[in-house]
Ligand binder design. Structure first.
Ligand SMILES: NC(=O)c1ccc[n+]([C@@H]2O[C@H](COP(=O)([O-])OP(=O)(O)OC[C@H]3O[C@@H](n4cnc5c(N)ncnc54)[C@H](OP(=O)(O)O)[C@@H]3O)[C@@H](O)[C@H]2O)c1
Ligand SMILES: [Zn+2]
Length: 349
């Protein structure tokens, strides 16, 4: 089968498009003919390599996908050949106490599909295998690329805002990196929750997009003093929640932007992992710093209901054929995207 893969970490030119071995089904797994995939920033981390993270090589990236079931292992039931499905990126043992109590994100053997799995095990391929627990019916009203873009970002946002930060109607929520995949789902979810999203983004075109996604206010990181604008917009009080995945460069502003008793929830650090903090803010303002990582199957089901009810829509803004994954990754790396980028996969190509 054809796939996009790499055999060593590096810049975009390590990505190759070509023939790789077909996936072989193991117990509890289903084989998908991929119709579409979607980008996440962990594609960039995987390709570039991260300190102290060893990834299986050769590596096929792609943590989100949608496709048709074409084979199932003998022990699988509940999923049949011909089913149209979307994928859930959490590969776990399904047997340990954490898995059995529905917290597979704490499973010691949890691996993010298309990021930590392999060799050759992600959605940028004509065929892919996943555990049967990693599929759910494709929402019928979505096209394949929208369906593929429905999972990882939305699920992560749900866990961050609903489970971890317990966002509620009336909260003011500062959303960093608001125009990207994670950010644009966060804006939509704020609207559903009745919270007031204050988006931070880096251009006028992105600001317009953020408003379409549900931002009530937009702050321009390229032209505005973010902290001064937050204070203006909240009558000096600060925001109840900061939603962050940018990290090091924005951390000091995040901490100062929080209201007393506020919460900062973070799932990533695109701009660096080692922020400076004056710890006095932490206790004097009685802040909470909350980490969040992917989400459970239960959370996946909960957020998919919002998609089924048309309250949240996967914001796919551009689609590329499989062999153009490098062009799509370049847009992401250069911070030139809005919403989700998707990959259309043709089994006959
Ligand atoms: N742990 C988890 O569960 C989890 C889940 C999802 C994502 N993440 C992490 O969250 C981060 C964002 O992921 P994503 O998939 O949403 O990425 P994305 O679609 O590329 O969006 C990232 C956005 O962040 C802003 N940004 C700020 N500094 C940036 C920089 N140096 N390079 C690129 N973008 C920058 C940009 O928005 P503006 O131009 O609007 O500021 C950009 O659109 C990544 O670090 C990712 O690993 C973690
Ligand atoms: Zn487990």
């Amino acid at each position: 089968m054809k796939a996009v893969y790499f055999t060593e970490h590096g810049s975009l030119d390590v990505l190759q498009y070509g023939d790789v071995p077909d996936p072989e089904l193991g117990p509890g797994e289903v084989l998908l003919r991929m119709e579409a995939a979607a980008l996440n920033f962990n594609d960039i981390w995987a390709r570039q390599g991260l300190p102290r993270v060893a990834l299986p090589m050769p590596h096929v990236s792609g943590t989100d996908g949608a496709g048709v079931v074409v084979d199932v292992a003998k022990d699988v039931d509940g999923v049949s050949v011909g089913d149209e499905v979307i994928t859930y990126c959490v590969n776990a043992c399904r047997r340990c106490p954490a898995c059995l109590r529905g917290e597979e994100v704490f499973c010691k053997r949890m691996r993010i599909w298309g990021f930590q799995t392999g060799p050759y095990d992600g959605s940028y391929a004509q065929y892919a295998k996943v555990q049967v627990q990693q599929v759910a019916p494709k929402p019928a009203h979505l096209d394949w690329t929208e369906a593929a873009a429905t999972t990882t970002s939305l699920l992560s946002v749900w866990r961050m805002l609903v489970t971890r930060a317990q966002a509620k109607a009336g909260d003011s929520i500062l959303v960093w990196g608001a125009s990207g995949g994670t950010g644009s789902f966060a804006l939509q979810l704020c609207r559903v929750l009745g919270a007031r999203a204050i988006a931070v983004t880096s251009s006028e075109a992105k600001a317009r997009f953020c408003r379409e996604m549900g931002a009530e206010e937009v702050i321009r990181s390229d032209t505005d003093d973010v902290l001064a604008r937050v204070r203006d917009l909240t009558d000096g009080r600060g925001v109840d929640i900061v939603f962050d995945h940018v990290g090091e460069t924005v951390w000091p502003t995040s901490v100062e932007s929080l209201a007393w008793g506020g919460k900062l929830v973070i799932c990533g650090a695109t701009e660096g992992f080692e922020p400076k903090i004056d710890l006095r803010y932490l206790w004097n303002k009685q802040l909470s710093f909350l980490g969040s990582h992917i989400g459970t199957h239960r959370e996946w089901m909960d957020c998919l209901r919002l998609v089924e009810q048309r309250k949240v829509h996967p914001p796919v803004t551009r689609t590329f054929p499989l062999h153009e994954v490098p062009a799509a990754q370049k847009l992401m790396e250069d911070r030139q995207l809005m919403g989700k980028l998707a990959i259309r996969i043709d089994a006959d190509a």
